[in-house]
Design a protein around this ligand. Sequence first.
Ligand code: NAP
Length: 305
Amino acid sequence: MIDVLIIGAGPAGLSAAIYVERAGKHAVCLEAMTVGGQIVNTPEIANYPGIKKISGFEFSMGLYEQATELGADIIYEQAVKIRETLNPEEKGFTVLTESGKEFEAKTVIIATGAKNRLLGIDKEESLTGRGVSYCATCDGAFFRGKDVAVNGGGNTALEDALFLTNYCNKVYIIHRRDEFRGEPKNVEAVKSKENVEFVLDSTIDELKGDRNLEAVVVRNKNTGELREIPVAGLFIAIGQEPDNVAFADVALLDEKGYIRADESCMTETPGIFVAGDCRTKAVRQLTTAASDGAVAALAACAYIG
Ligand code: NAP
């Protein structure tokens, strides 16, 4: 029986693993994709207290090494269901994975983060990997010398655009408003680049191209005017969505699909905790993910006793 089974090995999950191991209990993380979660793709982190500047990859590797050196195990499996142990005398849970494995644990921390939000327009799926991308750090270098567009007005879009200005001939930032959700410091940094053009108050109506992306058609929401912008790449950075449906029978979801929890990160099911971006909260940042991980881990250890 595992002490604390953590679903997800991103910043929240790995922070939880560090705190569980340091509290003298054993942590096992189930990870469906890559260790580090979405932060792996962030070119530069400059707002984590105590670290002036670090790449997302380096930060993730640091978390991974710290957790595993303390004794945490990482198992590459996708959790698809949490079942309460049938025997009422025995507190605990069974976590089932996509490959059919079952893990028995005294407590569970859900730290599944969030997945990229899709635009939801025609050809988005068929052109993914053929010009459409959700990760500038991963794919930016393929567009060296070409014209590309970034869609979104948050920190991800701004940082993606800034990163792409190093490789690309021209970077269009297409955003549905004329104000940015991202930090002013990032906005200023992008504005200072000569090869950036802002296409504001605009949404993407259509993707053009069959084998590869050739252009995007944008609609100005004030004038209704349509403009075709020839680009080889489109980086969609319009935020994230939770992916918690698999846990809806043990954890209460809010109207947007995030998991509700109390101050100690405990869900409506005693013994099941939630940490990081998949939780209902106001601020989703690396620091708050790490903080949730610590809170959930210590609460889980206290629950075990
Ligand atoms: P975000 O802050 O939620 O921003 C998403 C952007 O996409 C918003 O500008 C939003 O427009 C736009 N958008 C949403 N749905 C759309 C749709 N269907 N069509 C067109 N546009 C749409 O997401 P994010 O930039 O990925 O950031 C997520 C979190 O991570 C934030 O808390 C952010 O601060 C944090 N982050 C931090 C750093 C850093 O500190 N270094 C780096 C990256 C991300 P509206 O503004 O009009 O809603």
